[in-house]
Design a protein around this ligand. Structure first.
Ligand code: NBP
Length: 494
């Protein structure tokens, strides 16, 4: 029993994470339900071992796998989320003893983690749910890790996690997130933000692609993303977009040949459900998920494309010149600002959801630290996250990122561009649901009085006697809307 840690589940993520752990100098034991994956992992380790300081050993029975581990035993599970995790734990726990630790690194529903942690704690076994971001490459060379659970559990593995995580200027991309299922929760919101980030970039690309065909643009679209990657928008997603836009088969871009139906695996949907449950508006993330659902209605879209009208060529040219977008450089600069403003709104929504969950669940999450560990390894890694970290450093109890003085300045600087891009794209018939929702979020947040909500309260009281409060008096009121219009105080009126 000499291994520092064990890892169960050797599909894409588990195999790469095991090799990463070994490379950082640890002894890792691995096990997979189907033995061929264990063989693959051993073979890969042997091929890559010239870079490995540690050791990787494969096992074909859970019992011998567990016996190979140093006490207290630490086991990372990287199997498919849901019932496969329960099935794995139910066998594994028979070989463990009090003080041992299981870390589930899958994209798990946070309440499942809490249920499992509670069940295992009665046997003295520690349990953590750890978000792992960065896909295959991140797992192999340094992911962003979001471990949540008991602090004692974190203390048992933090030396390993600190070494295998991505490293950035201010440390490894891992921190103790908080108790309970908070690690899974933060990973879930990360994925929701990722959906929105991707959708926003997709919409801007659509505008660029459409207008590059009718305006005078001599360059290549990838160059625009390459240029943006040197500024405020610097991020992994902008960088890979530039690469994708260079990828050709013969003379044709591969992206133009891809079926336009975007898939999703569930974490985006969970984020929306959670936000609805906690009453937090995350409209840009919702718009991104809806856009994926809408993309899958291919047959309907093909049929409607022949029936529903957009605008004609003359109108289109008039709109383009009205917006000054014949000047492609000007369009590029407006899109850059619009994308940046929308990105701030999107992250403000995600962070607000994390803060609300933290409050409801008494997790005491540190949003600045969360932004920091997303700076490397993960899909949403970006220069921008440093700004978010700094914002929470200036004001740890920031109610909304929109309130931060630096973001206020940025938004005031970029809002006109966002407005023009949303209105111009709408007039041209280019769908921009995420950009538009970000703009509406921005406008709703900055309105002292929302007239639409005043009317809704009146309507609710009219048809359902749901009562309303007033701006000019204390108390709760109901009006006889269809009778004499008089207002009746219900309680505490002064
Ligand atoms: P998958 O999610 O595709 O799961 C495959 C693994 O689960 C295999 O090892 C498989 O064993 C095992 N498994 C299954 Br399926 N049912 C099992 C059962 N009843 N008992 C024991 N083992 C079972 O693997 P992945 O893509 O590597 O992802 C692992 C986790 O990491 C998931 O939760 C995923 O959401 C998360 N994640 C994935 C990514 C990514 O980019 N792929 C990124 C971040 C997080 P077998 O070989 O015997 O079938």
């Amino acid at each position: 029993n000499t291994a520092d840690i064990g890892l169960i589940g050797l599909a894409v993520m588990g195999q790469n994470l095991a090799l990463n752990i070994a490379e950082k100098g640890f002894r890792v034991s691995v096990y997979n339900r189907t033995s061929t994956k264990t063989d693959d992992t051993i073979n890969r380790f042997q091929l890559e071992q010239k870079n490995c300081l540690g050791k990787l050993q494969g096992f074909y029975s859970l019992e011998s796998f567990v016996r190979s581990l140093k006490r207290p035993r630490k086991v990372i599970i990287m199997v498919k989320a849901g019932s496969p995790v329960d099935a794995t734990i139910s066998t594994l726990e028979n070989y463990l003893e009090p003080g041992d630790l299981i870390v589930d690194g899958g994209n798990e529903w946070y309440e499942n983690t809490q249920r499992r942690a509670e069940a295992l704690s009665s046997k003295g076994i520690l349990y953590m749910g750890m978000g792992v971001s960065g896909g295959e490459d991140g797992a192999r060379h340094g992911p962003s890790l979001m471990p949540g659970g008991p602090v004692e559990a974190w203390n048992l593995v933090n030396d390993i996690l600190n070494k295998i995580a991505a490293q950035v200027d201010d440390g490894p991309c891992v921190t103790y997130i908080g108790p309970g299922g908070s690690g899974n929760y933060v990973k879930m919101v990360h994925n929701g933000i990722e959906y929105a980030d991707m959708q926003l970039i997709g919409e801007v690309y659509d505008i660029l692609r459409t207008l590059s065909q009718s305006s005078h643009f001599d360059g290549q679209l990838y160059e625009i993303f390459e240029r943006w990657n040197g500024g405020d928008l610097q991020s992994f997603l902008i960088e890979i977009t530039s690469q994708i836009l260079q990828f050709k088969e013969k003379d044709n871009l591969v992206v133009d040949r891809i079926l336009d139906q975007s898939g999703s695996k569930g974490t985006g949907m969970w984020t929306i459900q959670e936000a609805a449950k906690r009453g937090i508006p995350i409209s840009t993330i919702s718009a991104a998920l809806d856009a994926r659902y809408l993309s899958s209605l291919k047959d309907l879209r093909v049929s409607l494309s022949r029936q529903l009208h957009g605008i004609g060529t003359t109108e289109r040219n008039t709109i383009i010149s009205f917006y000054g977008w014949n000047d492609f450089e000007f369009l590029i600069s407006e899109l850059e600002k619009a994308l940046f403003a929308a990105k701030i709104c999107c992250y403000a929504q995600g962070m607000a959801l994390i803060q609300k969950a933290s409050l409801d669940e008494q997790w005491q999450l540190d949003c600045g630290e969360i932004a920091r560990i997303w700076k490397g390894g993960c899909i949403i890694r970006a220069r921008f996250l440093d700004r978010i970290k700094e914002a929470y450093k200036r004001q740890p109890n920031l109610l909304s990122l929109l309130e931060d003085e630096h973001f206020v300045r940025d938004l005031n600087n970029c809002q006109t561009a966002l407005r023009r891009v949303v209105s111009g794209a709408s007039l041209l018939g280019i769908p921009v649901p995420a950009l538009a929702s970000a703009l509406s979020y921005y406008d709703s947040c900055r309105k002292e009085i929302l007239s639409s909500s005043q009317l809704i309260q009146a309507q609710r009281d009219f048809f359902g006697a749901h009562t309303y409060k007033r701006l000019d008096k204390e108390g709760v009121f109901h009006s006889r809307w269809s009778e004499d219009g008089s207002s009746i105080p219900i309680s505490n009126s002064s």
